[in-house]
Design a protein around this ligand. Structure first.
Ligand code: NDP
Length: 329
């Protein structure tokens, strides 16, 4: 069994030296426990925050211990009556090839319904984040103009497509390369721009001449500031993430135009996906239906091998992914 440990806490950008590959024995289950051979693990932006030794909404990773996070795999040993060898389960002990856990901490999924990786992407946490943030937190209504940042990523690409499927009037996305912008147009975004091509404020103005009603923020910084400037009266922003500042050592000054929220009566609302599990049934019904009829697409960027998990995580922070960044073990 190989697993990835946190070797040091990064100051600013993490590097390969932040991680250590460690070999251990394959665990054996005790009473009520199972052992899972992980097939896919997720790398997610929030993991960067957990590398800092600060109090947050999830506890920090421990030094010289394995990292963790969402994973899916096949049960290879079981001392539980509820879970059988051969079952496919979703759980929270990624960053290792074999996971030992209490049977109650694993959720059985049907591998015949969708590919295993989809439970970590479109049908999993990122999908629910997009769905809940857009429809409940920002309460998007048909006909509205929606802007989403990091739009070619896992959450963002679903936000834009779900907005169109739920009747948005105009959907605009920003992303970090020409190839990503092209992909957004193919996914049905009405407009898309590369945020490197000029100030976000100018690109957004050009893409949304009649303003923005809903902003789904994955980036913060210049994107949030531009969105506040472009938002219409009673506009709503779902504040999902601020990846532009996860590696900053100093807090950013932006948005400098925050006072606009008063006159425009804007709502900026932060949220965590874990508070929206009550939407899970509606989410699965909608998304499974769209996948079946072929109206929703999802991209995955798959990196092979546990030894390449650190590179996959660093690549995610640098924008090397189209859609969900995953590691196949
Ligand atoms: P993505 O698949 O979107 O990957 C991250 C992307 O961020 C990269 O591909 C990169 O794309 C972009 N990015 C990196 N740095 C910058 C920058 N400085 N400015 C603009 N874009 C940048 O990740 P996820 O879909 O998993 O997550 C998206 C956001 O949602 C994150 O902020 C994450 O923390 C948040 N999140 C929040 C949740 C919640 O419960 N609140 C749950 C899940 C995710 P590019 O090439 O376009 O730069």
């Amino acid at each position: 069994n190989r697993e990835i440990h946190l070797a040091s806490r990064p100051e600013g950008w993490p590097t390969e030296d932040t991680f250590r590959l460690v070999e251990t024995d394959v665990p054996t289950p005790g009473p009520g426990q199972i052992v899972v051979r992980n097939q896919f693990m997720s790398v997610d932006p929030y993991m960067r925050g957990r590398m800092n030794d600060v109090k947050s909404y999830v506890p920090p990773f421990a030094l010289d211990a394995p990292l963790d996070g969402a994973a899916i795999g096949e049960v290879v040993a079981s001392e539980s009556a509820d879970v059988a060898v051969g079952d496919t389960v979703l759980h929270g002990l990624g960053w290792r090839e074999y996971a030992l856990l209490d049977a109650g901490a694993a959720r059985q999924v049907d591998p015949a319904l969708a590919p295993a990786s989809a439970y970590l992407s479109v049908l999993g946490m990122p999908g629910l984040t997009a769905y809940a943030g857009l429809l409940e937190v920002a309460a998007m209504k048909p006909g509205e103009t929606v802007f989403v940042s990091a739009a070619a990523g896992s959450v963002g690409s679903l936000v834009g497509q779900i907005a169109k499927l739920k009747g948005a009037g105009r959907v605009i996305g920003s992303a970090g390369s020409a190839a990503k912008v092209e992909r957004l147009r193919a996914l049905g975004f009405d407009a898309a721009f590369d945020y490197h091509d000029g100030p976000v404020r100018d690109s957004l103005r050009a893409a949304a001449p009649d303003g923005v009603d809903v902003y789904f923020d994955n980036v913060g910084g210049d994107h949030l500031e531009a969105a506040i400037s472009a938002m219409n009266l009673h506009g709503r922003a779902a504040i999902c993430g601020m990846i532009a500042q996860y590696n900053d050592t100093e807090p950013p000054a932006a948005p400098r135009n925050l006072s606009l929220v008063i006159g425009k009566r804007l709502t900026l609302r932060g949220f965590l996906v874990r508070d929206h599990n009550h939407l899970r049934d509606a989410f699965v019904r909608d998304v499974a239906g769209w996948l079946r009829e072929g109206t929703l697409s999802y991209d995955e960027t798959v990196v092979d091998g546990i030894e390449n998990a650190p590179a996959a995580f660093l690549g995610l922070l640098r924008g090397e992914n189209l859609g969900k960044m995953l590691v196949r073990l």
